[in-house]
Design a protein around this ligand. Sequence first.
Ligand code: FPP
Length: 245
Amino acid sequence: MTNAHHRKARGDAGIHVAVIMDGNGRWAAARGLPRVAGHSEGAAAVRRTVESAPTLGIGTLTLYAFSSDNWKRPAREVAALMRLFRKHLASETPKLIENGVRLTIIGRRDRLAESLQRAIAAAEDATREGRRLHLRVAIDYSARDLLVRAASRCDPERLPDREAFAELLGEAYGGGEPARDVDLLIRTGGEQRLSDFLLWECAYAELCFLECMWPEFGEAELGEAVEWFHGRQRRYGGLVTAAAG
Ligand code: FPP
C-alpha cells in the first residue's frame, strides 16, 4: 500500500502539520515563574491546538515534546516534564476518544520509565479507532537516530526507493506506519532551526517560524499559519505550469 492509501484507510487524510513547541522557559522567566510553570502552560496550548486542528483541515499533527537531546537538561526539569506527560496522557485520553483523535507516541521508548511506557500503550490502545485526527507526540525523539536505524535495515545490494525507505523509517519508530511527509512545519519561540525533528519528512515542508512563545499559541495562531500555508505555491523541485509553458 502506498503512503496515501495508508492514510485513506485510516481516515486521517488532511494536511500534516508538525510543531516545534519552543519558548516555554522564556515565557515563564519573563513572568518571574519557574521554567516548569511554562511547561504546564505549554500543556494548555497543546490542548487548544489539538482541539482546533481537525476544524482547520489538519489530518495529522506531530508535536515535538521531548528531544533525545533534552535528557541533558537538569534532572528536576526532566522529571517534571515526564510527570506532565504521564498526567496528561491519563487526563486527556477520554477527551481524545470523544473527539475522534488517535494518539501515537513516536521516538525511543526504552529509556522512559516503565509506568510512562504503560500509560503510553494504554492511551494508544484506547484511542486507536480515532479517525478525525492522528495526533503524534514525539518523546525521546531524534530524527538522525531514526535515519541511522532505518538505513541499517537497508539491503546494501538493493537500495530502497523513497516510498520503501519511508516504510523502513516507520518501522524504526516502532509504530509500523510509514513516515508521512510534513506539509507545514511551525516553530514558535523565534528560533529558525529544525533541531533534529522530522528531517526526512520535512524535505518539502513549508517552514513557518513564529515569534510568539509556545504558551501563547492557540487556535488563532494555528489558523493563520494554515492560511499562510494554503497561499504558498508548492513546486517540489519542478516549475509552475505557466513557467513550464
Ligand atoms: C520547549 O521550550 C519545550 C519543551 C522542551 C517541552 C514541550 C512540552 C510541553 C509543551 C508540555 C506538555 C506536552 C504534552 C504533550 C502534554 P523550552 O523549555 O526549550 O523553552 P525556552 O527555549 O524558552 O527555554
